[in-house]
Design a protein around this ligand. Structure first.
Ligand code: HEC
Ligand code: HEC
Length: 308
């Protein structure tokens, strides 16, 4: 009897131990740190929310499924994720379907302790499967007058379409031929598809920056002001609202462009994420380049959509 009691008590003890381990983690400083890290470093591509046709990488939910089973210990899990991030190569993939669909994940520089924090977060956090809404196939463009919010929603969708095309092109090119050969692929004009999006919707899409690489993308004085507003919003951890400006040529709508890890290969610190030889090539093409020294989650510039 006593042994049975002891047995029951120890079972209770151990199972409580497991949930309390998770609870302790959820209340820890590591948890809140990791939550911010993963949002800025991983969700840019691994959007946990429905991406409505604009997905550029599998959601975290799916990744966790492929890296965790009943036998996986926390340590194994963290090591598995860490190994992948440091060695994102064809021979190490566990998600061949995702590679086919999105191309292989680009190698991005992350500090080791950051990867560990993020991996621990993925281990404990319960991700939900995002319920994707199928995008309606492009019907003939409707000519109804749009009210302000649906107009902004539309413009937003053109931008996310363009943005994911740009990212896919960059990632694909970087993976196949390396960063240097991908340099020209951050040019919107290189994307024939941007033009077709713009033509289909009767808008023009450009990017502007206060610290531009190509002077064609130079922000005007007023536009520098809009970029400042976006920077302030980030500083105050507020979500930026698009800025709408009417003038004689039509209406311009501005949205912030933020950096993520991928961008730093060409817009980061020289000698750090931005390798010397990559920078040399950039300087050859753009002798007056100013678009370096960025960190992640900073305002790189703005999308400018002009509605005629
Ligand atoms: C620039 C976009 C991008 C960023 C940023 C990014 N990933 Fe990925 N990741 C991808 C793509 C695309 C895939 C799917 C193709 C593949 O498996 O390589 C992927 C796949 C993965 C996989 C599964 C790999 C496999 O096939 O076994 C893991 C794990 C992963 N990412 C973790 C992370 C973590 C953690 C972060 C943040 C530190 C992160 N990724 C940031 C694009 C990105
Ligand atoms: C492989 C190198 C490379 C990568 C990676 C890269 N860029 Fe660029 N970026 C460039 C080059 C080159 C230009 C100049 C393009 C042109 O001539 O219009 C540029 C231009 C831009 C511009 C237009 C303003 C300007 O400075 O001329 C923006 C905005 C921009 N990049 C944002 C980003 C963001 C955001 C990312 C990450 C998602 C990124 N870039 C990743 C190379 C890169």
């Amino acid at each position: 009897m006593r042994i049975l009691l002891l047995f029951i008590m120890s079972v209770l003890f151990f199972s409580c131990n497991k949930t309390s381990e998770k609870e302790a983690y959820l209340a820890s400083e590591e948890y809140s740190k990791a939550k911010k890290l993963i949002a800025s470093k991983c969700y840019t591509c691994h959007n946990p929310l429905p991406a409505n046709g604009n997905r550029i990488a599998p959601p975290m939910f799916a990744i966790k499924q492929h890296y965790l089973n009943e036998q996986t210990t926390k340590e194994d899990f963290i090591n598995g994720v860490k190994f992948w991030i440091e060695n994102p190569k064809e021979e190490n993939i566990r998600m061949p379907g995702a590679v086919k669909k999105f191309g292989i994940m680009p190698k991005v520089f992350y500090a080791e302790n950051e990867i560990e924090l993020i991996a621990e977060y993925i281990f404990y956090n319960d991700f939900k499967r995002p319920r994707e809404h199928k995008k309606r196939s492009s019907k003939k463009t409707e000519k109804k007058p749009l009210n302000e919010t649906t107009k902004i929603e539309k413009v937003k969708s053109y931008i996310s379409e363009t943005q994911s095309l740009l990212a896919q092109n960059l990632i694909g090119k970087i993976n196949k031929e390396g960063t240097i050969n991908a340099i020209e692929f951050c040019n919107l004009k290189a994307l024939k598809l941007t033009d077709s999006i713009a033509k289909n919707h009767n808008v023009t899409i450009n990017r502007i920056s206060d610290k531009y690489r190509n002077s064609f993308n130079k922000a005007s004085k007023e536009e520098e002001g809009y970029i400042k507003i976006f920077k302030e919003a980030i500083k105050n951890k507020k979500e930026s609202k698009p800025i709408i400006v009417n003038n004689i040529n039509g209406e311009n709508i501005y949205f912030p462009i933020k950096t993520n890890g991928l961008c730093l290969q060409c817009h980061g610190k020289v000698g750090g994420e931005l390798k010397e030889d990559t920078y040399k090539k950039i300087k050859e093409l753009y002798p007056k380049d100013m678009a370096i020294d960025y960190d992640i989650n900073q305002i790189r510039g703005a999308w400018k959509v002009t509605i005629k």
